[in-house]
Design a protein around this ligand. Structure first.
Ligand SMILES: C[S@@+](CC[C@H](N)C(=O)[O-])C[C@H]1O[C@@H](n2cnc3c(N)ncnc32)[C@H](O)[C@@H]1O
Length: 277
């Protein structure tokens, strides 16, 4: 039998809390680190659209790279767009707009480049987003997409409780209409959307030092014992609060286990909107 879906109020509270809990880490992202795979495709003076731009730190870096070209950051969350404008609104050539990446409010062939970092894992239809990216790119324009895939997570020593907590994140994301395993499909989705010259690469990260593991475990524990998360998970019939507490504890034990590690994978893809005859 399918799990019951949490009511709107519980789901909205969970969504707001999720944005808040991840905002500090997301705000520290940079174009140099997170868009490095895309920078060789960019030249000064081109126009660029950053879909699902979030707080805008990567977008602002991209604006420096393509200056004096125009960069637009688009995000569906009005509060996020407001914070991006507050932080980077004064950057020459950079603007932010509220909009849905699966129904982009720009005409066909408007941009020379389209970028999206950590958007597709949240998008209800990654295919629709990439079709829109294709539509608003001019022929010959380039797209750069980066996204995570939690399916590649390795944890050692792995316990059933830790594995269950990783699986839980994937299941919760699916219930919110996203996909924490979209990374592996970036190239296939780009091909389906009509792009050519597709190149896919992957970058793995490993939490393996005491300080990094302590920070990662605290973040995991804070998520698992966060009240809106617990309310959402319980309403969906996925786990009990007691199990969530045990999962949080398992992360803290993992962090203090000598020699333990946690790996994660990100995938990046670039592609071209071919010149149509
Ligand atoms: C994890 S954040 C990534 C932010 C930024 N790209 C980064 O990596 O720093 C995902 C962002 O996508 C936005 N988002 C989710 N679905 C969207 C959609 N359909 N259209 C536009 N933005 C969307 C969210 O509001 C959120 O700000």
């Amino acid at each position: 039998m399918d799990a019951p879906l949490p009511g709107d109020a519980v789901a909205r509270a969970y969504d707001r809390w999720r944005v808040a809990i991840h905002a500090p880490a997301i705000s520290r992202r940079t174009a140099a680190a997170n868009a490095a795979f895309f920078l060789p495709h960019l030249t000064p003076g081109i126009s660029l659209l950053d879909l699902g731009c979030g707080p805008g730190s990567i977008t602002a870096g991209l604006a420096q790279v393509v200056a004096p070209g125009a960069v637009t950051g688009l995000d569906i969350n009005p509060a996020t767009v407001a914070s991006a404008r507050a932080a980077y609104g004064g950057t020459p050539g950079l603007s932010f707009t509220i909009g849905d990446a699966s129904a982009v409010p720009f005409a066909d062939a408007t941009f020379d480049a389209v970028f999206a970092h950590a958007l597709l894992q949240h998008a209800h239809s990654p295919s629709a987003v990439l079709r829109e990216a294709f539509r608003v790119l001019r022929p010959g324009g380039v797209v750069g997409i980066a996204d995570a895939d939690h399916g590649g997570s390795l944890i050692a020593p792995e316990t059933p409780t830790l594995r269950a907590s990783l699986d839980l994140m994937v299941r919760v994301q699916a219930l919110r209409g996203g996909d924490y395993q979209v990374g592996r499909s970036l190239g296939l989705l780009l091909a389906e959307a009509g792009f050519t010259d597709i190149s896919v690469s992957a970058a793995g990260g490993c939490d393996g030092t005491p300080a990094v593991k302590a920070r990662a475990a605290e973040r995991q524990a804070r998520i698992l014992s966060g009240e809106p998360f617990a309310a959402f998970v319980e309403a969906a019939g996925l786990e009990t609060r007691a199990r969530l507490t045990a999962m949080a504890e398992a992360w803290r034990t993992w962090a203090t286990t000598p020699g333990s590690l946690w790996t994660r994978w990100w995938f990046q893809a670039t592609a071209v909107r071919g010149n149509e005859e």
